[in-house]
Design a binder for this molecule. Structure first.
Ligand SMILES: Cc1cc2nc3c(=O)[nH]c(=O)nc-3n(C[C@H](O)[C@H](O)[C@H](O)COP(=O)(O)O)c2cc1C
Length: 508
């Protein structure tokens, strides 16, 4: 079910008891962030602040929209994130049709895909009010942590266009309000908008930028999705919501912007102008990112609905709301990773790793050295290149269970033999790296080692036979009514001995 607007999503949340209206006056300086941080950490409801202290006549502020897996799934028009992953997998594995009948059966699927590309329309609610003399201080922009350099827009869709190809990019990059018509653009070194900025700079041109807030929440998620630079995020949004994103022409920049957004800021970056100081900002790493230099946007127009709602998030020490945007990416991008590395069974980016610091991967291992192949492969793919620590497991390890994964990694690793220590690009926010955006990386092969890899006789994991577990679980449930089910290690499949006669350890 596609949402016509952010308010349509809020209505659904309210009907399901997942939205709390905050009628008490709450300050956008620190207070809203502190309340939303608590709600996010406790899996609490979405919050709609209706009384913004200190900003006369302010629009309401919506926070913690993506604060649980369930709400994030709803935001992406699904019951669970896995539904989309399944659909994507089906599409990617569509075999070329053999017969005319199969071809005919494919047509509706292909036709549906084609109809999901963004569609231009003449007008939309995001331009009900056009303000060519805007003052950003009239917006309820949050200051989230005490040492932040100022107020920051935290949940934007930053729309830019490749100056060479014209392909659109939509990125979620925070924006610091520097003045009534000035924003600092925190697109980091490795991000697509930075490449666009450099492109305009090479051509000696100014860079048009539009910033959309709100609309169907799928659009907001897609701004955070690590799509390749030449793929339009609004196409992904169309796929997720099952309906094309409608766009209107921006009033000042001519960029196509979502017709259903709550508010759109338009302006130009002077690519010849000196950079401006941005930050510090309490970041998703849980630490303050230090102040640094970024381009500035000169705002020339703001358009909005007649009664807009301002969406925001608070990032900070995990877990916070962005863990669920990350989980959506983890689920949706797994089928894509499996195209390049089909041995990958599952991946998990635990919240403690704040996205780039830790990725756990399980693989179906079929040859010696395969875990190391996967480590190097992932370090070469898209934003996975910035992953600091990658740990690879056999397929019987449930990497979604971090405690189980830690047990297996600690038991299975010989630190002389199984670590890959390398250097390369790291996240621009990694304060521990010896240099900015460049530093050490760790790959860990936590699979069982075959003889070819220097493994000796390898012990099996202790598990009871399934029929004994079934009987005793039934007995336990009778003895201890209401007991939670126990998550046990998966039972490894039988070894493919016919194909790998020299498998190591006790499987030899
Ligand atoms: C809440 C939130 C805030 C983010 N803030 C920034 C930011 O300020 N700068 C940045 O470069 N990336 C930020 N990101 C990550 C990017 O949105 C993400 O890497 C995205 O894939 C970038 O898109 P791109 O590949 O089109 O550049 C943020 C992500 C989230 C979920």
């Amino acid at each position: 079910m596609a949402y016509r607007s952010l308010r349509a999503f809020l209505d659904r949340l309210e009907a399901a008891g997942e939205l709390v209206r905050v009628r008490e006056p709450v300050d956008p300086v620190l207070e809203m962030a502190a309340l939303a941080d608590r709600a996010a950490k406790q899996g609490g409801p979405a919050l709609l602040f209706e009384n913004v202290r200190g900003v006369p006549g302010s629009m309401p502020v919506a926070m913690n929209l993506f604060g649980t897996r369930r709400r994030t799934s709803w935001a992406l028009s699904s019951d669970d994130l896995e539904d989309h992953a399944r659909e994507l997998r089906e599409l990617l594995h569509m075999a070329p049709p053999q017969s005319l009948w199969e071809k005919l059966k494919l047509l509706p699927k292909l036709g549906k895909l084609a109809s999901l590309a963004p569609k231009h329309v003449a007008s939309g609610p995001s331009q009900e009010v056009i303000d060519r003399e805007p003052d950003l201080r009239a917006l309820p922009v949050l200051t989230t942590w005490p040492h932040d350099g100022g107020p920051f827009i935290t949940l934007p869709q930053v729309i830019t266009r490749d100056p060479e190809t014209g392909v659109r990019n939509v990125g979620m990059y925070r924006l610091q309000v520097l003045g009534p018509r000035r924003l600092a653009m925190h697109w980091q070194l490795h991000k697509t908008a930075t490449a666009h900025y450099r492109g305009y700079q090479r051509r000696g041109e100014r860079m048009p930028v539009a910033i959309a807030l709100g609309g169907d929440p799928a659009l907001t998620y897609c701004a955070s999705a690590p799509l390749p630079p030449n793929v339009d995020e609004y196409l992904l949004a169309g796929f997720l919501r099952g309906e094309a994103v409608q766009t209107v022409k921006g009033v000042a920049t001519g960029l196509d912007v979502p017709a259903d957004a709550e508010l759109v800021i338009e302006g130009f970056v002077d690519t010849a102008a000196p950079l401006v100081r941005e930050g510090p900002f309490g970041d998703h790493t849980g630490f303050y990112s230090l102040a640094d230099d970024y381009p500035a946007l000169d705002v020339v127009a703001v358009t909005h609905r007649r009664d807009p709602i301002y969406p925001a998030t608070v990032v900070g020490p995990p877990p916070v709301e962005d863990q669920w945007l990350g989980k959506a990416t983890e689920r949706l991008f797994l089928p894509l990773m499996q195209i390049v590395a089909p041995e990958i069974v599952d991946i998990c980016m635990p919240v403690e790793g704040a996205f780039h610091n830790l990725c756990l991967v399980s693989i179906r291992k079929e040859h010696p050295g395969q875990a190391k192949k996967v480590i190097h492969g992932l370090w070469g793919s898209g934003q996975m290149a910035q992953t600091k620590t990658l740990v690879v497991f056999d397929e019987d390890v449930d990497v979604q269970d971090v405690s189980q994964a830690a047990w297996r990694a600690l038991a299975n690793v010989d630190v002389q033999r199984d670590l890959v220590i390398a250097d390369g690009p790291v996240d621009a926010l990694d304060h521990a790296a010896a240099h900015f955006a460049f530093g050490g990386k760790l790959g860990v092969d936590a699979t069982r080692k075959w003889v070819e890899e220097g493994g000796r006789e390898w012990p099996e994991v202790c598990v009871h036979p399934p029929e004994v577990i079934a009987r005793m679980d039934a007995l336990y449930d009778r003895l201890v009514p209401g007991a939670a089910p126990l998550r046990r290690p998966r039972i490894p499949p039988p070894p493919a001995a016919a194909w790998t006669p020299r498998r190591g350890g006790n499987l030899q």
